[in-house]
Design a protein around this ligand. Structure first.
Ligand code: ZN
Ligand code: FE
Length: 255
């Protein structure tokens, strides 16, 4: 039995994710940008919310937590490092801690960079990872609190997950991310193919923020900072992987 996944668009370009363990009836939401779309999605699926998992403290990820907690009585899980700036936590998490959702177990991965206390959730049996604003579809989060070395470390940890893991990120930034990716890596056939598929997907209203880790590794320039051909193409032949990542992150900030 694996978790059922439902993507819930929120606000302008955020995504929340519902995960449901049918054998136990437990349902969690990963991030709560706002409560109403999540309540509607729960009602539509006939699921009862039991748990709220928070990735990081930004308003567009926690704005609806209190309203949803009040409406459902769900338990709230979040990072110890950010306890002082998150809604009251029922379960305080550190790297390697487990989130037990019925028969499914999620593992906490520290992924600082975008913020210091950012965490990701990996459910290995279902092949799902919730990365919010760390690894993003065709991109990665901006460095608001952490530095490039921290983000590169975080991405390196995520890259070690199984290639068929579905990486679920927090935003639909695919247009800007895709344009940037193509600008630095124009000859990448996998990237060209993915962008063409995304065009078709967008037209049919498909959620834009999930892809397998294998696809991200083949197409996301931030995961390709260690590739010699990309360093060469960017005139950074002698750069270390971290220097190359840092260069790409700076370039994207100004893109
Ligand atoms: Zn954020
Ligand atoms: Fe965000």
């Amino acid at each position: 039995m694996t978790l059922m996944l439902k993507t819930v668009p929120c606000l302008r370009d955020n995504y929340a994710y519902l995960i449901h363990d049918a054998s136990s009836g437990r349902t969690a939401v990963v991030d709560v940008p706002e409560a109403d779309p999540i309540k509607r999605a729960l009602a539509q699926a006939g699921w009862v919310l039991s748990d709220i998992l928070i990735t990081h403290h930004h308003d567009d990820h926690i704005g609806g937590v209190e309203a949803l907690r009040e409406a459902t009585g769900a338990a709230v899980w979040g990072a110890r490092a950010d306890q002082h700036r998150l809604p009251a936590l029922d379960h305080v998490l550190e790297e390697g801690d487990r989130v037990v959702l019925g028969n499914e177990i999620g593992y906490v991965i520290d992924v600082p960079g975008h913020t210091i206390g950012h965490i990701a959730f990996h459910f290995p049996d279902s092949g799902l990872a919730f990365t919010a604003d760390s690894l993003m579809a065709l991109g990665c989060g901006r460095l608001f609190e952490g530095n490039a070395a921290q983000m590169w470390d975080s991405l390196t940890k995520l890259m070690a997950l199984p290639e068929d893991t579905l990486m679920c990120s927090g935003h639909d930034y695919i247009k800007g991310n895709g344009a940037f990716a193509l600008s630095v890596d124009p000859d990448n056939v996998d990237l060209q193919t993915r962008l063409a598929e995304l065009e078709v997907g967008r037209a049919s209203g498909k959620p834009m923020a999930t892809a397998s880790l294998g696809v991200e590794k083949a197409t996301n320039p931030f995961l390709r900072a260690s590739q010699d051909y990309l360093k060469h193409r960017c005139g950074k032949k002698a750069a270390t992987d971290l220097e190359m990542f840092s260069y790409l992150r700076d370039l994207k900030d100004r893109f």
